[in-house]
Design a protein around this ligand. Structure first.
Ligand code: ADP
Length: 486
């Protein structure tokens, strides 16, 4: 059994703002089948503390970055957690990174240095009877974990850093360095980043292994176009960089059992999706039509190419399509989509906000999901789409390129297509893809086969969990029977 401590700033079902939470929440369960025991270290935000009742206090600090703190261990939300109960850092309204006004907390440097520092202490054997062999850090919020190990008193515990999105880097002023409890030489050897302190950069420089969430993204981030100024460093660390595609929680996302659906279905009863489609059109005030019902479930940001959706709404409607949008984010993009809905009453509907249940109903009722991302480390909504027979229409980048098989003629002929891809990421190319989707939808049998194939494609965590287990085992110098290579 390999003992791993996952260090994450969010984990489903306790606290979630995006895909990182899904991954952090699903990995421990998936790894159990591969002889890996994974605990998760997480900040004690209000939402987490509400769940963390009845746990065991396993450590106390009189001063954890300017206030007292305790570590509480227990099984909460189905996860084996160690929660950092530090009210001065985490007991606040709002989200994990920002206040109710949407602004980042000014002391985020401290809040997430604390997360990483505590992980480093656990790696040093802080808690009697618990010695992780690997610290697996996620994103910039845990980026200092490898640095605390590398520049700390012992680097015996190995470190893995997973990049879920290279754009979020945790870049702070150099003035905080003296507060981080790192030796002075760590600054120039690894933590310094463009004259300040870079949490993600520090992690990339110090980790024993780096992973990111798809093979294509692993290649893309080594280029200036996708490297967010870290491509040089990533190239220098290419030999320890692995692309491992995310899976999804096929228990929480199971069209046969999903309680959020009005009607459950399987790949052989795909016609039952109609009931969900009807519920969806009612909810969004969409009129009946013979055309496809397209959908968007997304953060509304430039990364997600939401401007391309707004640009193509008129085309989509003119081709007989309908559109439902669930999302929130950039005010300009939100406004553009709301204007489109106002322009096309009964044909385009929008719900602004975050609604987990509605996102399930959309995947189980819409005909296609639009994901025109400019970059996409892995992406989860196309995987949910595949599993729910909601055909993904995606840009050919990152994990979208790795998980959807484009319905080109050869793929249709060979009977392997599962969705539509387009490239380059431009409004015109996306418009062409929408056109193609409408045409394919008109060929009912072809469309149904594509839906069924998607539903049968393997989007579970199983293969990915095996790859992570391989990375851990290699770091520990262990051989594994079911070893896979990159
Ligand atoms: P990212 O993490 O970059 O936002 P992913 O596709 O990896 O993108 O993950 C997004 C996750 O958040 C998915 O689980 C998706 O269903 C969910 N999601 C995004 N927006 C919403 C929303 N408005 N309501 C419900 N779920 C949403």
């Amino acid at each position: 059994m390999i003992e791993v401590l996952s260090v994450a700033s969010e984990a489903y079902p306790l606290i979630k703002t995006g895909g990182l939470a899904d991954v952090a929440g699903a990995l421990p369960g998936a790894l159990a089948a591969h002889a890996v025991s994974m605990r998760t270290l997480i900040p004690g935000y209000r939402a987490v503390m509400k769940e963390a009742t009845g746990g065991r206090v396993v450590a106390e600090f009189s001063d954890l970055f300017d206030g007292p703190a305790r570590l509480i261990a227990g099984r909460f939300g189905g996860l084996d957690l160690i929660v950092i109960d530090a009210p001065h850092l985490y007991d606040r309204p709002g989200g994990p990174y920002s206040g109710p006004d949407g602004r980042d907390w000014p002391d985020n440097w401290k809040r997430f240095a604390a997360l990483s520092w505590v992980a480093g202490q656990l790696g040093l054997g802080l808690v009697a009877g618990y010695q992780p062999q690997i610290l697996h850090a996620h994103d910039w919020q845990a980026g200092l974990v490898p640095a605390y190990v590398k520049y700390g008193p012992s680097d015996q515990v190995k470190t893995v850093l997973t990049v879920h999105n290279l754009v979020f880097q945790g870049h702070f002023g150099s003035d905080i360095f003296g507060r981080l409890d790192l030796p002075p030489h760590a600054y120039y050897e690894g933590v310094e980043y463009y004259g300040g302190v870079g949490y993600l950069k520090a992690g990339l420089q110090a980790a024993d292994a780096i992973t990111t969430v798809s093979p294509t993204y692993a290649r893309e981030i080594r280029t200036p176009a996708f490297g967010a100024a870290l491509d040089g460093l990533l190239n220098s660390r290419a030999s320890i960089l692995h692309g491992i595609t995310n899976g999804i929680d096929v228990g929480a996302w199971d069209p046969m059992l999903d309680p959020a659906l009005v009607q459950n279905f399987t790949s052989s009863t795909i016609h039952k999706r109609r009931v969900n489609k009807l519920a969806l059109t009612e909810r969004f005030g969409i009129e009946e039509s013979d055309g496809p019902l397209f959908s968007v479930v997304s953060r509304l940001t430039g990364q997600k190419g939401i401007d391309l959706v707004a640009n193509n709404v008129d085309l989509l409607v003119s081709l007989g399509g309908r559109l439902v949008v669930l999302g929130s984010g950039d005010a300009g993009l939100e406004g553009a989509l709301q204007a489109a809905a106002a322009r096309h009453p009964g044909k385009v509907g929008m719900v602004v906000g975050y609604d987990e249940n509605l996102s399930h109903l959309i995947q189980g009722g819409a005909d296609a999901i639009l994901i025109p991302s400019r970059f996409e480390p892995c992406g989860l909504t196309q995987l949910y789409g595949l599993r729910y027979g909601c055909v993904p229409v995606v840009s050919r980048v990152g994990g979208l390129a790795d998980t959807v098989i484009d319905a080109n003629e050869a793929a249709l002929e060979a009977g392997v297509a599962t969705g539509l891809q387009f490239s380059p990421v431009s409004s015109d190319a996306f418009g062409d893809a929408i056109h193609r989707a409408v045409t394919l939808y008109g060929h009912e049998e072809v469309w149904k086969k594509m839906q069924r194939r998607g539903m049968k494609s393997n989007v579970s965590w199983d293969l990915s969990a095996q790859r992570y287990a391989d990375v851990y085992a290699a770091l520990l110098g262990q051989e594994r029977d079911d070893h896979l290579t990159d």
